[in-house]
Design a protein around this ligand. Structure first.
Ligand code: AMP
Length: 286
């Protein structure tokens, strides 16, 4: 197996990337919070295909968690994660401490307006400011040619793309499809919190998205009817508490009444105390 480097400091990862660059290599970055699963691996594989030197960052970023969220209990499995990265052919794991990333009080923040106020942003104030700030820091540290994100976090991917475009950041963003369990449940590090029963219950989330997909395929265009059918499926599973379901324009993230163009159907729901998100992206031919 290929040798993998583990960088704990900004200086270390910068030196490794610099060396790769002098060899003419193109750099790929996969930002993660660890507890790696097949969804993360799909990003690493895309990175290995499209670039020559893959850096995976593993950092549970404190600034994107709210005060009552799961920052302290978020799964941290660095040794297993390094094995996953090595098997996937990753060159460097960048696993900094919080002190390394935030050595002093952070006074400079990156904020994307409007797109961050809706969907998950409505119930997680400050979350996306933490995400855009840490991604900017990671982009400035690693200087990747391409950074890879998952469609699983659809709003995040849209916000990051907009940030890169609006601020002329010199990299490309590639968004990879959602990897699912056989039940349809989108893979997530937070699935580790779920019991087997809860995992079964959680499959209703994707079932409701599939129902929406079928309705659109068969010609339905009114959001209200589609949302009602989705709600019906979700309500059948008592364990699911829906936080939101929205059908939005995939670029502006504004609600649509009559479906046309590229739309995103996004759900956030709680099972017990675990918050899950899922979505589908559909090109609606008018
Ligand atoms: P996280 O570690 O949860 O912050 O996720 C790191 C990256 O992996 C993000 O860009 C996610 O969108 C992506 N990701 C997480 N789960 C999946 C999945 N099931 N399929 C594809 N990408 C995913």
């Amino acid at each position: 197996m290929k040798h993998i480097e583990i960088a704990k400091t900004v200086a270390q990862v910068r030196a490794l990337v610099k060396q790769a660059r002098t060899q003419g290599k193109r750099i790929g970055l996969v930002p993660t919070m660890g507890a790696l699963h097949a969804g993360h691996v799909s990003l690493m594989e895309a990175a290995a295909k499209q670039t020559d030197f893959v850096v995976v960052s593993i950092f549970v970023n404190p600034t994107q968690f709210g005060p009552n969220e799961d920052f302290t209990k978020y799964p941290r499995t660095l040794d297993a994660d390094v094995d996953v990265c090595q098997k996937a052919g990753v060159d460097v794991v960048f696993a900094p401490s919080a002190e390394e990333m935030y050595p002093s009080q952070q006074l400079a923040w990156v904020n994307v307006e409007r797109l961050t106020d809706v969907l998950c942003g409505a119930s997680r104030p400050g979350h996306f400011r933490g995400v855009t700030t840490v991604c900017t820091k990671l982009f400035n540290i690693v200087l990747p040619d391409i950074a890879f994100f998952g469609q699983k976090d659809a709003q995040q991917a849209i916000i990051i793309k907009r940030m890169v475009a609006d601020l002329n950041m010199p990299l490309e963003i590639v968004v990879c499809p959602i990897v699912r369990e056989p039940s349809g449940l989108a893979m997530s590090s937070r699935n580790k919190y779920l019991s087997d029963q809860q995992k079964q219950d959680a499959a209703a989330i994707y079932a409701s998205l599939q129902k929406a997909g079928q309705m659109i395929k068969s010609g339905r265009r009114d959001a209200k009817t589609i949302l009602a059918a989705m709600n019906q499926i979700l309500q059948r599973t008592e364990a699911i508490q829906t936080e939101y379901i929205h059908i939005v324009d995939a670029a502006a993230l504004t609600d649509v009444q009559v479906l046309k163009g590229q739309i995103l159907i996004a759900i956030a729901a709680k099972i017990g105390s675990t918050r899950l998100i899922d979505n589908i992206l559909i090109d609606v031919d008018v």
